[in-house]
Structures are given as structure tokens and as C-alpha cells.
Design a protein around this ligand. Structure first.
Ligand code: MN
Length: 499
């Protein structure tokens, strides 16, 4: 599945005609150079496209409306080279609906001490032109990112690159379609939610299908297609028979191969990018989709277990935001499972029944067949591995009844001290920031779920900006968190977002 569309970002420079044609010519030339260098830097994940300098109300309005309808445009970057009276921007900004970046920069890095005169200052006055513009955007209550610094610095390019990925999460959110082939697990609260409100806020379409419709699509996959995929598995992964008969083992693996192909065809045909299953509602499926779901997640599909459509959509969005990243370390659904409470070694073992994305793995990946303690189907084949070390974020989108809240916990992933040979599932292990006890206390106070959408590659800042663009509350649990202030954050969220 194609994860990355060929999105573009428009670069719009604000100015006015007060300073004469010569000045406007320089403004356009400077903007051209900036755009050219940004694109050449190799640091930005998407191309920047230069637009004509914006100097009139009419052109500003027209440009923003064109950005709205251009399906390839994922956002607009605005910089005011000179002063650009902000009343001229009101109509355009009112009608604009996509992500907005205010690049607060200046063409020259250094003050030209020997030659600077009033003409130079009038031409290079983003220091106050951008303040005029920022004032209007704030007054209008428009969510945007502000990036400050010289445009040619690595720090600024990295910030633009990071924002571009947030913008992708924002524009792609309204294209996310989640297929439910099972309802939420009975009696479970936190995986539930208001799907109408989710569509209003995030643009997600969440549809239900009878599980046997997709089971039929699985049954229709030919033996030769299935066997070809089984061969691929046997090439790629270690086979851990653990005393099972080799032929019987392979037949179990083939069930997952058939599910992978059948599910993918069904999702493609109906244009869904995320799926939820439930071990208690499998219809004619012979096994709980394990290996099959793990492979689909690795290809970029969102997934949530036990009917958890919110996690499925979030995994999909975070995969889109990190798609094509150099040195990406992976994104997956995870579940807080078991604690290590030994002082100094505290952490949470992350796993699920089966469905962890191999993108987060490190080291060998093996296939095992083991019974499930739940459900009533044959022993499912699954991929088993351990995960990478390093920082990541665990996110939980919860429905509080009157609104959504996104909880973002920065976590430090580690290796467990010893192998766990009897555990037949993929795992990760982390200590939540700022420390185990405070992190868990804050998570529970915020109402965070046991399922999370986890990523090594997407940052807390990106997810917070995404939540702000969606108009929902975000709370951060990280090294700056203490419980007294965190409770105030939650109170503030109640005041701002509560109904
Ligand atoms: Mn679960």
C-alpha cells in the first residue's frame, strides 16, 4: 500500500506595493532562493512550491482558496518579507482550511553593518512585518505553527520538516477509513467512543462489516497465492517449531497467509486503511488474525484489537506521519501488559495477544504457533520478536463523553534483563517518563487506555500540534511532569474543552 502521497507545500511571501517595484523584485527573488535552497537541502520530506508574492486582498484570498481545492497541497508556509498590512489577509485566512506554518525568518542572516540604510531596512523588515501578520492570525484564533530562525539553518529546516509530517497527519486524517469486522469487546469502556463525533472532529469514517464477509474474501484466496506467501514467510522469518510437526505447523502458517491476502484485497477493494478485529468474533475465520495483521500493520494499515477503532485510526495516522523517514524505528499498536516493579528497574512490558507491528522489532523475527488462552479457534501463527531501545511516545485517544482527549506519554524503551523463552508474543519494554510511578499515576488520572498507538519516530510535539489542529485537548506526560501541575493541566482542559 502506498503510504506517502506526493504532497506539496506552498510558500507564500507577504509584502505590499508601498516600497516600489525594485523592492518587490528583490522580495520575489529572495523567496525564490529560499524555496530553491529548502528543496535542495534534502532535509524536507516534501517539495516546497513558490507562489507569487501576496500583496493584495484579492490575490491572498484567491491563493488560499486555490490551496484549499488543490488535493496535492498539504499546507501553506507564510513569511512576510516586508510589512504586509494584515487586514488584507482576513478574508483569505477566514476561508483557508489547511495546515499553516508561519516561517518567521529573514533573508540575510547578519545585519550588514557597513552598508545598512533605510532602504535596506524597509525591504528587510520581517521582524515587524511578521508580528503584524502573527497578530491577525492570533486574533482570528487560527491554529498554526511558528518556526523562528534563519531559513538556511539546520534547526529551521528540521522544524519545517517535522511540521510537514504533522501537516500530513492533519490532511490525511479526513481520509482515514476504518473497517470494523467486530464490535467493541463486551463491557469494555475505554475502547468505546462516539463515531459520529470522531468523524466531525477527525474526519474518520468508521464502518462495520459482518465478519463472514471478510472471511469469504479470505476463503476465495487461491492455494497457489497462499503458498507463495508462505514461501516468502519461510524465507524471511525463523521457524520455531517447538516440538510441533513441521507439516502441521506450515498448515497453520498458511491460514495466516491466506488471511493476509484476503484481508488486504478486501480492504483495498473497499478503500479502507485501518481495520479492527476481536478474538471473540471470528465467524468463519480459522484463527485469530495474528501474523496476518502484523504484516498488514507493517505495510501501513492501522490496527486496533477488540474493536478498538480509535487506536486503529491513530496507528494509521502515525504511520502516515512517519512514512518514508530515514532511519525510522517503527510504529505499532501496543498494550500495557505486565509490570516490573523491582526498584531501579521499573517498567511496563508491552505486548498483545498477537498483533504487534514488526516495524518496531530489533533482531531476529520468528514464527511461532501457540494456543491462545482466549477464543475458540486453532492455534494462531504469529511473529515473535523484541523491540528497539530508545525514546518513543505512547498515545491514547479517549472519549470522555463530552469530548476527546489525547494523552501523550514520552517513554524510554529498553531491553528486558533476560530472555522470556516461554512468552509466545512480540514485546516491547519501557519506563514512562518522568519515572514509573509518576508516569503511571498521571496516565491513570488522565483516563488513558491500556491500548496505545506507539511510535519511535513521531514526536510528542507533532502529536500535540495534531490534536490542536483537530480542536481537541492534548496532555503531555514527560520529564517535565509533576502530579500537582498535571492535575492543573487536566482542570484547565476541563475549563477550555469541557461542555
Ligand atoms: Mn487488547
Amino acid at each position: 500500500m502506498k503510504l506517502q502521497k506526493d504532497y506539496k507545500f506552498w510558500f507564500c511571501t507577504g509584502s505590499q506595493d508601498l516600497y516600489g517595484d525594485e523592492c518587490l523584485k528583490n522580495v520575489a527573488e529572495h523567496s525564490r532562493i529560499i524555496v530553491e535552497q529548502l528543496n535542495k537541502s534534502g532535509k524536507l520530506p516534501f517539495e516546497v512550491v513558490l507562489k507569487p508574492t501576496l500583496i493584495t486582498n484579492e490575490l491572498i484570498r484567491k491563493t488560499f482558496n486555490e490551496a484549499n481545492i488543490d488535493e496535492d497541497c498539504a499546507g501553506v508556509i507564510v513569511w512576510c518579507h516586508t510589512f504586509s498590512p494584515a487586514k488584507s489577509w482576513i478574508l483569505g485566512l477566514q476561508e483557508y482550511r489547511k495546515p499553516l506554518l508561519h516561517l518567521h525568518t529573514q533573508f540575510n542572516e547578519e545585519i550588514p553593518y557597513d552598508t545598512i540604510d533605510m532602504d535596506f531596512m524597509n525591504e528587510n523588515q520581517s521582524a515587524h512585518g511578521d508580528r503584524e501578520w502573527g497578530h491577525m492570525v492570533t486574533r482570528m484564533g487560527i491554529e498554526r505553527k511558528v518556526v523562528v530562525g534563519h531559513w538556511d539553518s539546520d534547526a529551521v529546516k528540521d522544524k519545517i520538516a517535522s511540521w510537514m509530517r504533522t501537516a500530513i497527519g492533519i490532511v490525511e486524517s479526513s481520509h482515514v477509513r476504518v473497517m470494523r469486522v467486530a464490535d467493541n469487546m463486551r463491557n469494555v469502556a475505554v475502547t468505546e467512543g462516539d463515531k459520529v463525533e470522531a468523524q466531525l472532529k477527525f474526519g474518520w469514517e468508521v464502518d462495520a462489516y459482518p465478519v463472514n464477509e471478510i472471511a469469504e474474501a479470505v476463503g476465495a484466496v487461491s492455494e497457489s497465492d497462499t503458498n507463495a506467501l508462505v514461501d516468502e514467510y519461510y524465507d524471511k522469518y525463523e521457524i520455531l517449531l517447538e516440538g510441533r510437526d513441521a507439516d502441521e505447523f506450515k498448515r497453520h502458517v498458511a491460514v495466516q497467509a491466506q488471511i493476509e491476502i484476503g484481508f488486504e484485497r478486501f480492504l483495498e477493494e473497499k478503500n479502507y486503511q485501518a481495520i479492527v478485529t476481536h478474538f471473540g468474533d471470528l465467524g468463519a475465520l480459522k484463527q485469530l488474525p495474528g501474523l496476518a495483521i502484523q504484516r498488514l500493520m507493517e505495510k501501513g494499515y492501522g490496527f486496533g484489537a477488540e474493536g478498538d477503532w480509535k487506536v486503529a485510526a491513530m496507528v494509521r495516522i502515525m504511520k502516515l506521519m512517519s512514512a518514508g523517514m530515514k532511519d525510522a524505528k517503527g510504529t505499532s499498536m501496543l498494550e500495557d501488559y505486565t509490570y516490573n516493579l523491582v526498584p531501579g528497574k521499573e517498567g511496563i512490558l508491552q505486548a498483545h495477544m498477537l498483533e504487534i507491528c514488526p516495524s518496531i522489532s530489533e533482531g531476529p523475527i520468528s514464527i511461532k504457533c501457540q494456543p491462545l488462552s482466549m477464543g475458540d479457534r486453532e492455534d494462531p501463527a504469529r511473529l515473535v520478536f523484541t523491540s528497539k531501545e530508545g525514546p518513543g511516545i505512547a498515545t491514547s485517544l479517549i472519549d470522555l463523553g463530552d469530548r476527546f482527549r489525547l494523552i501523550i506519554n514520552s517513554v524510554d524503551c529498553k531491553k528486558v534483563e533476560k530472555p522470556m523463552p516461554k512468552l509466545p508474543v512480540a514485546t516491547a519494554f519501557w519506563t514512562p517518563q518522568p519515572d514509573f510511578a509518576t508516569g503511571c499515576e498521571a496516565w491513570i488520572l488522565a483516563g488513558g487506555a491500556h491500548h496505545t498507538a506507539f511510535s519511535y519516530d513521531v514526536t510528542a510535539e507533532q502529536m500535540g500540534d495534531w490534536a490542536a489542529a483537530m480542536g481537541i485537548e492534548a496532555v503531555y506526560i514527560d520529564n517535565n511532569t509533576n502530579i500537582r501541575d498535571f492535575k492543573k493541566d487536566l482542570m484547565l482542559g476541563q475549563v477550555v474543552f469541557g461542555k
